[in-house]
Design a protein around this ligand. Structure first.
Ligand SMILES: Cc1ncc(COP(=O)(O)O)c(C=O)c1O
Length: 385
């Protein structure tokens, strides 16, 4: 007999499994965050002050690159990178369709043309084989590859870096979900010419609102991104580029610096949660577990399985008080907004299959053993019916 957390009472509180429970982290470091927020408020230094500079230095060191630039969101981080790269207007950028909309949206806003490429069905990340095929076929029309490190797992940069080099295109990492992920000892955020990450609250390193960061080794690119985030200004009231207002707030930076202290530990806790899911879900033929190739470390932004009868399972779990998410139900190439790009149904078979089969289970560093046991038992019960 299953005991539904959503139905049982503990200490008078209704228990419910949350998809991401930020309150558990906050109960650990809330007082430190509140102190940091008060420090900024009292300082009256709210825009591009010492907190942003300190966070930039700390995260540059964490990622292992010399330059980090705090910006207003992950979306703006991508936009600023592509504005700063100044690629030929209208040129094609190879990118996955199985990603959050901001990936392709940023390319468009930078005057470029997203060209969707299929994924590796095991990792959900860009298939290097499909990238190579597109590079060969489209040759001069392509100026860049924007690879997404989805669900926390770095894309296959060991294959993508030499490909970008061989074909003379720029490689950029969308690391919005993967801060803390690693590949062969290198951290996500350090791949390609530049990388963008996001501090959206639900991300592995999440703030209390919007925020993002650009990482790069390229000093000149960093200088342009720094100018572009303040309207293209290179000295006081002198504008060299057409920029945006794209700064990271001091308040967000101060909050993120507190959370950064706990980040390594939270990454390990996420790994523990993921490992436990894998153990508990073992032997269920209807489920395909996440695949982490040798030499990779995931930041476990999501724990995403493939599930037979996905929609019915999702409804069953919801009924039992277990929230799940489908990232992503409709791939970008089939979204109304990208219809003009000419990718019809059937053009990216692995992407479309993933959209039909994936299901993300509750995942955060503080998910409890008994909650996971309840989730998995409820999944098992669904397939036993
Ligand atoms: C893959 C990907 N790219 C870009 C973004 C955009 O980040 P933000 O929400 O901070 O603008 C997100 C997150 O929302 C994302 O998951």
């Amino acid at each position: 007999m299953l005991k539904g957390f959503s139905e049982s009472k503990k200490g008078g509180n209704l228990w419910a499994v949350r998809f991401i429970d930020l309150s558990r982290g906050y109960s650990r470091y809330g007082p430190e965050i509140e102190e940091a927020v008060c420090r900024v408020l009292r300082s009256t230094r709210y825009i591009l002050g010492p907190e942003v500079s300190a966070l930039e230095a700390e995260l540059a060191q964490f990622v292992g690159v010399p330059q980090a630039i705090g910006v207003s969101s992950g979306t703006d981080a991508l936009l600023l990178i592509f504005k700063a790269l100044d690629l030929p207007p209208g040129s094609k950028v190879l990118t996955p369709s199985f990603t959050f909309v901001a990936t392709a949206e940023a390319l468009r806003r930078a005057g470029l043309r997203p060209y969707f490429v299929d994924i590796d069905p095991r990792t959900f990340n860009l298939s290097p084989k499909a990238v190579e095929e597109a590079l060969r076929r489209l040759s001069d029309e392509v100026s860049a590859v924007l690879a997404v490190s989805l669900f926390g797992l770095p894309a296959d940069f060991e294959a993508l870096e030499p490909l970008a080099e061989e074909y003379g295109v720029v490689l950029v990492e969308d690391a919005c979900q993967s801060l803390g992920g690693e590949l062969a000892g290198r951290r996500s955020g350090s791949f390609g010419r530049a990388a963008a990450t996001s501090f959206f609250p639900a991300k592995p390193l999440g703030g209390a609102g919007d925020g993002g960061m650009v990482f790069t080794r390229d000093e000149d690119l960093a200088r342009r991104v720094r100018a572009l985030r303040v309207h293209g200004q290179t000295r006081n009231y002198y504008y060299e580029y057409s920029g945006i207002n794209g700064r990271l707030d001091e308040l967000q930076a101060a909050i993120l610096r507190v959370k950064l202290h706990y980040f390594e530990e939270e990454l390990r806790l996420r790994e523990k949660v993921a490992k436990r899911y894998c153990e508990l879900l073992k032997g269920l033929p209807e489920i395909t577990l996440p695949y982490i190739p040798e030499g990779y470390r995931s930041a476990w932004a999501q724990f995403t399985i493939r599930a037979e009868g996905r929609d019915d399972l999702k409804a069953w779990l919801a009924e039992k008080g277990i929230p799940t998410m489908v990232y992503y139900p409709l791939p970008l190439h089939l979204q109304p907004v990208f219809q003009d790009l000419g990718f019809g149904e059937g053009s990216l078979p692995e992407t479309e299959r993933a959209a039909r089969e994936v299901l993300s289970l509750p995942m955060h560093p503080y998910l409890r053993e008994e909650e996971q046991a309840f989730i998995v038992e409820t999944i098992r019960e669904f397939y036993r019916r």
